[in-house]
Design a protein around this ligand. Sequence first.
Ligand SMILES: Nc1ncnc2c1ncn2[C@@H]1O[C@H](COP(=O)(O)OP(=O)(O)OP(=O)(O)O)[C@@H](O)[C@H]1O
Length: 222
Amino acid sequence: MLILKLTNITKEYNSRVILNDINLSCKNCEMIAIKGKSGVGKSTLLNIMAGLERATSGEYYYNEILMNDKSINSLSKFRQANVGYISQHSPMIPELTVLENICVPVWFEKDEEKKKEYMQQIESLSMLFEINNLLDKKINALSGGEIQRAGIIRSILKKPQLIIADEPTAALDDETALMILTHFNFLKSEGAIIIVVTHNDIVSKHCDKTYQLSKEGLLLIS
Ligand SMILES: Nc1ncnc2c1ncn2[C@@H]1O[C@H](COP(=O)(O)OP(=O)(O)OP(=O)(O)O)[C@@H](O)[C@H]1O
């Protein structure tokens, strides 16, 4: 079984405590929501779990491997192999088309079979998320919600084990958000761990557990 475990995690920036004594355990086929006030440290926590930042103290185990003392190079390999990171504002290259932007992770793949598999994923996900008719347009021609859906496809096309999503439905209407959540549920049933930061009750209702992040720590609220 795949387990993500945080024990007594703290994070400080310039001696300012952002996260204090954070404990969390989740396993594959689980989707959890994290809520909390602006500035409380939700993105910082996601960054630690994604291997983008190191905690100041405490232990982060992913699949029984201690991530704290990994080198920057190893963390980067961990991310490439395991993590699909969905951010609020997916960075896109404006000079490229939607398809070219989505294809960025495919550039680095040397295995031709895998490349083919990723391209098939892009085709089916863009149909599912209803942006298939926009793939040859320049990114600037898309709405915020369309760009967000393109960013989600790019983050999940390699079927990552760990999906970390920071407000993945912020730019989406409820109906489109539900479409994304239905797919997240499918990925969960296939074995992924999904961790979502959200202010949207529709999203948290689709999660197995909801946590509240505050200065007191991370509390299970439902
Ligand atoms: N690299 C950094 N250096 C210094 N301070 C930082 C850094 N990154 C984040 N912070 C600070 O840490 C605090 C938590 O930021 P974070 O982005 O994690 O909060 P958040 O809960 O995700 O907020 P929001 O909901 O507004 O996105 C903020 O006060 C922020 O200014």
